[in-house]
Design a protein around this ligand. Sequence first.
Ligand SMILES: [Zn+2]
Length: 527
Amino acid sequence: MSHRLFSALAFVLLALNPAQGQTPDEPLTLVSRDARQPLPTVSFGGLRMVAVSELVLAFGLTVADDQQPGRLILTRDDQVVVLTVNEGLVSVSGRLVSLASPPVEYEGAWYVPIDFIGRTLPLVYNEAVDLRRRSGLVVLGDIRVPQVVGRYQRTESRQRLRLMISPATPHVIEEQPDQLLVQFEADALDLVLPDLATNDLIAGLRGIDSPPALAVDLRDTFGSFSATSEAAIGGATELVIDIRPRPTTVRAAPPPIPATPRPADPAVDPDLPALADLAPPRTIRAIAIDPGHGGDDVGTRGPNGTLEKEVTLDVARRLQTRIESELGLRVILTRTTDSTVALDERAAIANNNRADLFISLHTNASVRETAAGAEVFYLSLAEYSEEARRTEDGGQPLPTVGGGTRTLDIVPWEMAQLQHVYDSVRWAETVTDELSLRLPMSPRGLQRAPFRVLVGANMPAIVVEMGFISNPDQETQLTSATFQNAIVNGLLRGIIRYREEVARGMPLVGPPAPATAERPPSQRRLP
Ligand SMILES: [Zn+2]
């Protein structure tokens, strides 16, 4: 037996028999209306436990006089709690409550797993007791302790903190010389903070107890911030804070930008007014919505028989109504009935009707039943630029886009999207942001893939996979008016934001940030 194997065995034995030893663990924090106090915990072979003596003090429990071996009786008022050693069930005045692991008696002291606090104490205590595992808070009484879960994203030009605040809680952001202070109208915060990668802009994130706040510590590279706050599903609010560095150098103005936007130097700060002023004013007047599949092509199918082609047409119709009535823009649907439309024809319909943005709606499917969440795609440039080179060299006569710019004339019709890939990235990012405020997103929310339907679109174009129809819960959601409206709200808000950026002279974006996932080849498909 090698030494390493022996160590592994020893560890397993320790884990199976927690009474082999204990080590101090991070304390929990008891939070009540007017006090915070630490509640020590210990680890028995990896199980996080709390001494019953600590709970007796904190919760006003009484240890009964008549104890038997292997048994501990606690009382509070007329409630009786009976713990039994090596028994994962606790009796609370005759009701049985299960625990994550049995109580442990060790050197004359009793210990219970920390879930005892959330499962058993609410039944005997005279106030609410709420264990928040992720932040290690034990909330006592009816006080306001919103959960604030942070996520962190970074792009070329800014760093973004997204704070999901549940339930929605009023808050203000105060800018101080070296920090942003997000203050909440609350008694405490149940704060779950993301890891910041090595960071030249944000020095750290910290919770502050009194008054409850999140401090974003800034480095001296900090330039400006902006924030938006919007309702999210489940009565939550999402606060999005964008933090930008101070521009360090002012570059010479770039040469005039041709009518067809080209990718900008990603090192140029997009917030520099000189660049924005030079961008030609453009407007968004018409939106093409492509309800995926239709007719003989049913698309994916849910376990209860819902068809992708039905969901995509429903959402497309809702979106059409809202765009026309609320934004007054022209809408082109690539199909309005349950009819078969070829993939290339869909882009052609959008092109012929001079749409300024293209949205192809789909639902996803996976063999993994639990797969869930929305995904947004733009065209994978690499695969198609390869093909573009081939067709240009071949000298074949190819159809061209009439009335386009000079650059467009040399680009085959079927390659029209090449002109717009960088705008499509921005369009996809905007939609991903807005959808993620309202819908569950897949872990890979924004991706690129060689979707054939996008290739011929002569405007910024995306595919939106609204959710996994193969997941029974998502199948139900995808057919519900609430969920469909959440999708429509996200897309509508995405159009508004993109249109505003275009009207301001949208900063041109470079190639996508490295964080963007490329769909692995084995999962590629061409809808
Ligand atoms: Zn599809």
